[in-house]
Design a protein around this ligand. Structure first.
Ligand code: FEO
Length: 393
């Protein structure tokens, strides 16, 4: 149902309580999500973004309940990904053929690439303005936040920044505003979103925030394309973003491993005991990558100052879940984090060396050659593993 959020802005998006996986099977969204779309009614009426494809008909039907579609003068597509553009075909079929779509040059590529339509694209760049009557929209390109086609838009007088995926959270709520929901869940989802989607682009995040703040815009509301709208204490989320973008780490060490017959698990636990013995203040997370959700694992890696990655050697390599998570960790392009590898073996024992090499190539500072255990750790080996843990800190 549509919801007025200011004199001229009405939210017309879709709350998706059912969503449990996003980006295919990549991102687990235990709290659902929303596809936020905003209708701005001034002398001109424009629509910012639509909704994910499975909801295209529902989205357009709800929009028709809110406004006669012929009154929409233009569509602003801030970012072409299907979760925001999926209802565009359904919508454009009902709008006059020449209704302009404002987007970046890369936006045209992405929309044409997905929908193969010759719509009336109007390419905009940073600083371009669209006068709506009493208010004006200013476009701000934001490439790689998180796609090359991304842009933000700022509506003066209403002082609203439309930030597409930036500042978003996968969080379905019947509330509209960030200050109305459980703050732990809100910031945890915002962090998860940052770690899993925006982390590789941290340099651009810092630059874009500084650029926008340098424009001296009066911003009373940040309206992202997922989750809740920020309207109070905006500095709180902005400061979090600046912190997360600046080689973020907490006093946390995360031990991730997979195991065939529990030997590598025993190693993980013995090393953890050693770490704890030496530094009782450090938070330790011990996560079996075959049993834990990968979105959560990546979030814990993002928070860590050091990670330990363990696998037994199998077929001269390491286990499937470790291979998968290593690939995802590499994609995060994290900096300023330490790492070591560990694992049990019975015969050839290459896994530890291979994991260490992978982590080095992924940008981690490798502290040593790692530690291996031949077969099952006995008491002596457990003591050695504990000592290894102590030395890490
Ligand atoms: Fe939420 Fe990148 O789309």
């Amino acid at each position: 149902m549509a919801k007025k959020i200011s004199e001229k802005i009405t939210w017309v998006g879709k709350k998706d309580w059912e969503l449990k996986k996003f980006h295919g099977d990549e991102f687990t969204t235990i709290n659902g999500s929303s596809y936020n779309s905003y209708l701005i009614r001034d002398k001109k009426t424009v629509l910012i973004d639509t909704a994910w494809l499975p909801y295209d008909k529902e989205f357009v039907a709800n929009l028709e309940d809110e406004i006669k579609l012929e009154k929409i003068d233009a569509v602003i597509q801030l970012h072409g990904e299907v979760d925001h553009s999926g209802a565009l075909v359904e919508l454009m079929n009902k709008l006059p053929k020449d209704t302009p779509i404002y987007c970046t040059a890369n936006g045209v590529k992405s929309l044409k690439g997905q929908y193969h339509k010759d719509w009336n694209f109007n390419i905009v760049k940073t600083g371009d303005k669209l006068n709506l009557g009493e208010t004006t929209l200013t476009f701000i390109e934001a490439p790689m936040l998180h796609w090359p086609d991304t842009m933000f838009a700022y509506l003066d007088k209403e002082n609203a920044l439309f930030s597409t995926d930036g500042f978003g959270q996968h969080l379905a709520s019947e509330f509209m505003y960030a200050d109305e929901v459980d703050q732990n869940i809100l910031f945890n989802e915002a962090l998860k979103y940052y770690a899993n989607i925006l982390a590789p682009f941290s340099m651009m995040v810092t630059r874009k925030i500084n650029e926008i703040w340098g424009m001296n815009l009066k911003i009373d509301m940040i309206c992202p394309s997922h989750g809740l709208i920020w309207r109070k204490d905006l500095n709180k989320i902005i400061e979090k973003y600046l912190k997360w973008a600046n080689n973020y780490k907490e006093n946390q060490i995360t031990i991730i491993y997979d195991t065939m017959w529990n030997d590598t698990r025993k190693m993980a636990e013995a090393i953890a005991r050693g770490i704890k013995k030496k530094d009782s203040s450090v938070e330790i997370k011990i996560l079996n990558t075959a049993k834990n959700d990968k979105t959560d694992v990546l979030t814990e890696v993002f928070k860590s100052k050091m990670i330990l990655v363990g696998s037994p050697t199998v077929n001269n390599g390491y286990l499937y879940s470790i291979a998968g998570i290593l690939e995802m960790i590499k994609g995060m392009k994290l900096k300023n984090k330490k790492a070591v590898a560990f694992g049990s073996y019975g015969w050839s024992g290459e896994a530890v060396k291979l994991i260490g090499e992978f982590l080095r190539s992924a940008g981690f500072e490798i502290l040593n050659d790692g530690i291996r255990c031949l077969w099952t750790p006995d008491k002596d080996m457990e003591r050695e593993l504990e000592k290894y843990g102590e030395e890490l800190v």
